[in-house]
Design a protein around this ligand. Structure first.
Ligand SMILES: *[C@@H]1O[C@H](CO)[C@@H](O)[C@H](O)[C@H]1NC(C)=O
Length: 268
């Protein structure tokens, strides 16, 4: 092989690498067993064990020490979630949870759900830069993150090879709390037990994305949730990056309140 063709292959190799999960070309932060991720057991409607957070996470004014990573596209705070057909938020049962893509995943039929808590400085720097770019009024230096990735996960009842790949990241500097959703490849919206088509993974009651605080005023539904259009969530964004949604999730009422009453006290 001539030196020039070796050089060409090296270039080609580095181009191909940008399309992998750890490459700069991907919306996803690095993940996988080689990153130290834990993998959920293979069970339809399964969940992780209770994950003890090394840094407590504040979500809509309440602080949590434990999360569950649920196969069906949900991260929950006060117990596992096995429900496979999504409900719109606010949920009547008051479960606080984060739903990057709530739908009927079956990891027995394909794909993996992976997670890790990290203080890796290179990754935290990447996350900090991204969040500071989207929220420039509050410079952010992450000190911890939980990275959860659904990697090419199949749907219940699937007779196809379809898989969805998406990620949710919880991160904090212990003052501000953010959640990032990254949608890389969404090929199906609905499991067969939610009236979806077994061949296409479409129709029926499609996936739901958003946040539920547990009360009936603090919730958010990403546009397209529970409609066929959720298949296109890889093209939508609230931060001008197609496929990425980023939210500050600690209590705005506490952090943002301007107390004019305090000024009145000066006159007493
Ligand atoms: C998804 O986006 C494509 C391209 O804009 C559009 O043609 C299609 O109708 C959309 N699908 C749904 C179900 O909204």
């Amino acid at each position: 092989m001539s030196p020039s063709s070796v050089f060409f292959l090296l270039i080609l190799g580095s181009m191909v690498d940008t399309k992998t999960s750890s490459g700069k070309g991907s919306l996803l932060y690095p993940y996988g067993p080689h990153q130290g991720d834990e993998t959920n057991p293979k069970h339809d409607d399964g969940t992780s064990e209770a994950i003890s957070l090394s840094v407590p996470f504040t979500f809509y004014g309440k602080t949590y020490q434990t999360v569950f990573v649920n196969n069906n596209g949900v991260i929950s705070f006060d117990g596992p979630v096995r429900q496979y057909t999504p409900d719109p938020f606010p949920l009547v049962d008051g479960h606080p949870f984060v739903a990057p893509y709530w739908a009927d995943v079956d990891n027995v039929l394909g794909g993996d759900i992976l997670y890790r808590q990290t203080t890796n400085p290179v990754l935290l720097e990447d996350i900090s830069q991204d969040i500071t770019q989207y929220f420039p009024q509050n410079p952010f230096t992450a000190t911890w993150a939980l990275v959860v990735t659904w990697d090419h996960v199949a749907y219940y009842g699937s007779t196809s090879e379809k898989g969805n790949t998406f990620q949710a990241v919880l991160t904090t500097d212990s003052k501000m709390f953010y959640i990032i959703f990254n949608y890389w490849d969404i090929q199906w919206t609905t499991g067969a037990a939610s009236d979806g088509d077994a061949e296409t993974g479409l129709g029926g009651t499609p996936a739901h994305a958003g946040f539920n605080s547990g009360d009936d005023t603090n919730f958010y539904n990403i546009p397209g949730s529970q409609t066929d259009a959720i298949i296109n969530i890889t093209t939508t964004s609230n931060v001008k990056v197609p496929g990425r949604w980023v939210f500050r999730v600690d209590d705005f009422q506490v952090t943002g309140v301007d107390p004019p009453q305090l000024n009145n006290n000066c006159w007493l």
